[in-house]
Ligand binder design. Structure first.
Ligand SMILES: [Zn+2]
Length: 317
């Protein structure tokens, strides 16, 4: 059978799936741990693709990478959670092994593509995807195209500055939206307030997770409610900025923290409405949560492959 191979590489797992090129049904999928003492992640990826595609003909490969990549030259600039993936010419490596076209995308960009083609964003031409989890990632579809920028590094909205003297971001700069509204930021805020002597049902838990804070908030814990409300407020201010830049028709929220629902989104909506300079931006906008769940990485890699592979076929003689 002729197949497409797609992969979603994360810090914990490498997932690979194969699709029948004619009807795009998934034929098989497999996941393995990203790290092993015996093998580097690149060899693990290659071996897994070899194994899952045995007996079939691979037509093209598409990979989602958790980090900074240049999709134009196929080089991983830096993927901090995958050991050894720094300045790695992954496309060249995979092409020399498999001898088929290889496409590469950043995981948040691919999530945006996946939700656009197969999930919550079907039918929209201007989509903003934001994932709120331990960090904040984003991807943008503008006028029916994935926004890449000169080196493919566009749409890093997690590192937009909201409070210049605000809390430190994981990237080493202050006041980025990731340092204010991510799961990590919510945990940090609660931890600091507990250290300041604030009363809370979370007292006694070292560095409570955003999940634990969510549960406490649902039980009426004031500090926890305030932590989500604060994160939501800054998210709303940031979102107004993004909407001014992009004028999307849909905003899709992925990531675990988005499961907090109204605890996060009500204060976000309030801040959005008070920060937007014209309500016209919000008149028909859809603000919703992601639909694809755990498969978003694979579906996004498939969407990337389909759009690029078709272009290749058209341009080849
Ligand atoms: Zn940052």
């Amino acid at each position: 059978m002729e197949i497409y191979v797609v992969s979603d590489v994360g810090g914990t797992q490498i997932r690979v799936a194969t699709y029948n090129i004619h009807d795009l049904t998934m034929c098989s999928q497999k996941k393995i741990a990203t790290q092993s003492l015996k093998q580097n992640p690149t060899d693990r990826l290659i071996n897994l693709i070899d194994e899952i595609s045995k007996g079939h003909t691979i037509k093209a490969i598409s990979i989602g990478v958790p980090g900074l990549i240049n999709p134009r030259n196929g080089i991983i600039i830096e993927a901090p959670n995958v050991p050894g993936w720094i300045n790695l010419p992954i496309r060249e490596i995979l092409i020399s092994h498999f001898n088929v076209p290889v496409f590469l995308g950043n995981d948040a960009n691919l999530a945006a593509l996946g939700e656009w083609k197969f999930g919550a964003g079907i039918g929209h031409n201007n989509l903003l995807y934001l994932t709120i989890s331990t960090g904040i990632g984003s991807g943008v579809i503008i006028d029916g195209q994935l926004l890449l920028g000169e080196q493919g590094m566009a749409a890093e909205f997690g590192h937009v500055t909201i409070l210049p003297d605000g809390p430190m971001c994981g990237c080493g700069h202050r006041g980025h939206i990731e340092a204010l509204s991510s799961g990590t930021a919510i945990s940090k805020y609660v931890t600091e307030e507990l250290a300041n002597g604030r009363n809370s049902s979370l007292r006694g838990i070292d560095f409570p997770s955003s999940k634990e804070i969510h549960a406490a908030a649902r039980n009426g814990d004031e500090l926890s409610i305030e932590a989500f409300s604060r994160a939501g407020k800054y998210l709303g201010i940031a979102l107004a900025n993004f909407i001014h830049m992009l004028n999307p028709s849909i905003v899709v929220f992925g990531g675990g923290v988005s499961q907090a629902g109204p605890l996060l989104f009500k204060p976000m909506q309030d801040a959005l409405h008070s920060s937007i300079f014209s309500e016209d931006y919000l008149e028909n906008i859809v603000i919703t949560t992601a639909k694809l769940g755990d498969d978003v990485g694979l579906k996004g890699a498939l969407a990337l492959l389909l759009s690029n592979y078709q272009l290749l076929e058209i341009s080849s003689p």
